[in-house]
Design a protein around this ligand. Structure first.
Ligand SMILES: [Zn+2]
Length: 126
């Protein structure tokens, strides 16, 4: 029996939406950032999905750059007390970083699927 045809999906759209990189319909995540074992629509095994530290590094660098830049701008512009900066930027850090984590992980897994990236083993090094 022939495999059903799945047209190529957008890495950015499916990843950001947390959808299956093959069919674009099923859910990639079963929790906030836990990857589901299988696609609930096409049955793709998500065992290949291993984004590693990629999303966390990107979130730390991008989110840190934005939050630190804003905090420095606020401090240099208005010179508020330290507690004001903490009250504003601690929640903002959480919102920005947690908000970017899931879409970035989805995009990295979708790109991993698109590029057929996997761990190097003696079998696929030959
Ligand atoms: Zn699917």
């Amino acid at each position: 029996m022939a495999e059903p045809y799945y047209p190529p999906q957008s890495v950015l759209a499916t990843g950001a939406a947390g959808r299956c990189p093959r069919c674009g319909q099923g859910h990639l995540f079963k929790g906030f950032i836990d990857v589901a074992p299988l696609c609930d629509v096409c049955g793709l095994d998500f065992g290949f999905a291993d984004a590693g530290d990629g999303p966390a590094v990107a979130v730390s660098l991008l989110g840190g750059f934005v939050v630190l830049g804003l905090a420095m701008w606020v401090d240099l512009t208005w010179d508020p007390p330290l507690w004001v900066i903490a009250v504003i930027f601690f929640p903002l850090t959480l919102i920005i970083c947690l908000g970017m984590l899931r879409p970035l992980k989805g995009m990295l897994i979708a790109q991993q699927y698109r590029m057929k990236a996997e761990q190097a083993t003696p079998k696929n090094l030959k």
